[in-house]
Ligand binder design. Sequence first.
Ligand code: SF4
Length: 405
Amino acid sequence: MDDALKAKLAILADAAKYDASCASSGTDKRHSGDGKGIGSTEGMGICHSYTPDGRCVSLLKILLTNACAFDCLYCVNRASSNVKRARFTVEEVVTLTLDFYRRNYIEGLFLSSGIIRSPDYTMEQVVRVAKSLRLEHGFRGYIHLKTIPDADPALLAEAGLYADRLSINIEVSTEASLASLAPEKDTGSIKRSMGRLRLKIDEAKAERKAPRFAPAGQSTQMIVGADGADDRTIIGTSANLYGSYGLKRVYYSAFSPIPDAPKALPLKAAPLMREHRLYQADWLMRFYGFAADEIFAGSDGMLPLEMDPKLAWALRHRQHFPLDINRASRDWLLRVPGLGTKSVKAILAARRVRSLRFDDLSRLRVPLRTVAPFIVTPDHRPRELDRVDLAARLAPKPRQMSLDV
Ligand code: SF4
């Protein structure tokens, strides 16, 4: 790779790191650049994402350009930001992708872009990359394209023919926040584009002969902590997006201050733990049968940082517990703190054969300390539910933070 291309890659891979909608595996940073050991988790522009069948794939994650005509306050690439700019040509992105792919560095491409000239022009360029990879080079790897909601619907429809996944960022959880933080963007237009993508994705699934269209579905990203929205509002917006547009995933990205940030933004980063708790609440909706409102019933609208949202919910709704592990329905077992979908499945299978005793649960790898106050077995009757210090006893022990220097 020549030096000019390397320099562009450094800028445009770095600029893409703020987008969480291509999920990172979240692994620790390791490298072997000092000559010790082999391998690296820090390849420039390489991130990890999960395919619908659960495989983890490495993606080349870059922007076509970080020059942008828009001025979204929270974005390091906004028009008024004082960062180095670069732009790949379509051919350069195609060549880089194929080159990295042939060397086994990556299994796919995540491509996003700042807005150059106009949403249509930018989207055309992004689509040309995917089209060239698929049609001219027979590329079979994974492609995730970030789409631009204001672009011509025909361009979004074309993008879906070549991409595995499409995403449109909703950015923030309320229309009012979007208007103040990203004045050129419009929640209505974002949602209309999501709606169109949903129709196309559903059509392709329903008709066997329909052309392939974004088989891995669509996703979005919400920035957390750049505005005053509470967790209830954020999770409520996600529930609406999952329900109305059939999104595969909503990604949450804790706001972190950017260089030369506008005064309207908070000075401090949102806690990463808040992002983590939002993901847990999101899972409660998608896999544990919780409605968005229920997760927050009896709370102040924020998820506690010190314990997971299911435990917090159970502690606020102690009247439903303890549950008989041998009789409770699957839906109720899923609400017991400490029981995940796999352990509930194992409990349901095991209790078909015989009545379960408390000890049996440890063989099913259930965390006994967490579940104990909330369940009944023939040999176990908890008495802790009335204890005022139960929350403190069950909250995970504080962990020492990593060294700052
Ligand atoms: S459109 Fe907004 S969020 Fe996207 S690159 Fe431009 S300034 Fe950043």
